[in-house]
Write a protein that binds this ligand. Sequence first.
Ligand SMILES: [Zn+2]
Length: 542
Amino acid sequence: MEYDLLIRNGTIIDGSGAPRRRADVAVKDRRIAALLDPIEGAQASAANAVDANGMIVAPGFIDLHSHSDWIAPIPEHGSILKPFLMQGVTTFVGGNCGFSVAPIFPGKTRLLDASGQMLSERKLDWKWTSVAEYGAHLTRQGLALNVAHLAGHGSIRFSVMGSSAADPSAEELRAMQSTLERAMADGAVGLSTGLGYFPGMIAKPAELAAMARVAAAAGGVLTSHLRAYSTRSLFFSSEVAHNLLAVREMVSVAREARAPLQISHLIFVGRRTWPTVNEILANIEKARNDGVDVAFDTFPYTCGNTTIRIIFPAWSQNQLEELLDSADGWARLAAGFQPLKPFIHDTVQLMWAVKPELKHFEGMFFGEIAEAMKLDPVDAYLTIARESGTRARVLIHLYSGDDRNENALRAAMSHPLNAFEMDTILTSRGHNNPASFGTYPRILGYYVRELGLLSLEDAIHKMTGMAADRMHLRGRGYVRAGAAADFCIFDADKIGCDADARTPDRDPTGIEHVIVNGRSVVKDGIWCGDGVMAGQWLTRGA
Ligand SMILES: [Zn+2]
């Protein structure tokens, strides 16, 4: 048989966690046709060949926690998301943390815009309502990489209940459930929740379980940005560590709903929270042993991106703009923020200020911005929030560690129930999150090769097969016959990336080939993906 592509002389790490082995890979019609031994490989012929001598041939990486569903509908998304492809990512699962761009009812996009605009390159033109219409839009437009989708609880709640902070009535809950049912029938891989954000922060466990049951009945996953990732938060009043309460809350929701639970970006925020890592991991293991199908995901940095709205209290969330515009509201907010002053000063870095006249503050910590503005850090924070229309993005530090202590980060990363993800907001504007450029190469270079934190096979499993399995993507994440021809081919001795929070825009090293559905976007270490729209819209089980 004449193949489309032969990857010769490489060492296969197939994504299952199995030991590496030598084989050639034959690709036909965007799929892996066969793995060949060297004699068969030498005899086979193909239109194209890649010499992977001395290289690892891995499945393309799957970012199971992405917000790029907000970028994919833009025709030039390929050039915006190029850093994903450059680091070997061939698939992302969008719609996370409750804010998915679909489903959303017509007339309710304004609410979603207010919450999600910081995730976006520019205002979306909402040519879709359902998940199926969103997928059809992406397919018509073309995709630079593969996209799977979670239906967001927040988007569904906005659709049915607007910005109401009340519990849903029985009728509203039924409407939310049927909207989710439709999204699942349209191929969504599950339900995402964002319990630190409005409106997820309003939702009680009974509401979440009622929704999760629908996702689970359709064979989907429940993902959760937990209510708290630190020992103290605005959401619980108990003396027990709040991140522990948050884990227990979602475990019991998942148990009641019989849903597989993926705890999103398991981070330990702030120094006082780091020591809780072992207790949290033990609780997750215990839940698993008690029959709840729970796992979690992490990224390999001690900072993460989010909205400037994140630290505003629940009572302020649906009237934030008005509060920031009134002297009274400002005073109330500022008073509540006083205990957070050191946190804002030292650990919050501005990524995107929205207004061009504030651009010079991007990349600076709020302590630095306050000094430049000659304001108190709290007032500097409120000023950027107001001026940006609360759309500013921030990078928060002291996530699971710092430069000197990564114990919590490494314990979570190396845990058997952890899969890797990026959780990045990547647009063409503002100061970037280093994770958009270096997540996977940093894991494979720094944590695997230099520190020996986990084996190469194990790390790749957590980036590929495990991620695909958690998100019910059957044809992805493995190098085996019948799977999609997505690959990252790299030199294990050279792979790495030194992007960091101050200088995030650094390309990775050691990645020789990135192939999406049989088509190269990186070849011999050189980017060749401009205009290559080889990605596909993926539905659950596909
Ligand atoms: Zn999140």
